[in-house]
Design a protein around this ligand. Sequence first.
Ligand SMILES: [Mg+2]
Length: 176
Amino acid sequence: MFKIFYPDEEAASAYDIPYEALYNNGIRGVIFDVDNTLVPHGMPADDRAKHLFLRLRDIGLETCLLSNNKEPRVSSFAQAVGGSNYIYKGNKPGRKGYERAMEQMGTDTGHTVFVGDQLFTDVFGAKRVGVHSILIRPIHPKEEIQIVLKRFVEAIVLHFYYRHKKRIHQSEERQI
Ligand SMILES: [Mg+2]
């Protein structure tokens, strides 16, 4: 149930993803959500984020921030991490933002991953365009009320997702 919302992969955070391995597997571009993915909602880029983007550049990965937030928020973040492609008012889960992100990075769906914290905007949009999606746990503290409500519905979908994963795991074990 709800399979259209299931992420392709999960990670504890955007900082716990093996980007070197992704590069070795042919990935050349990473699209990032910003709020609650790289920093808490509305916060500026911190040292951890800056180091991550340095590391990504060293690896040879292109990056693009794809946010539904406004221009000043997204452009200043892109600048603070040492320069990254970015798209503001990305209108996720609309396809366009993801397509423009790949255009900016010079990549395509086979060579791009998306990293974000929300199922119904981030992951759903990535799935619609066919970009591999990695769901991370939100860096929370204070979330807006609309997001809190969405989280409640997300929790229901995630319940089915984990059950689905468990079943796959169990049937794999039976086969062994
Ligand atoms: Mg977010």
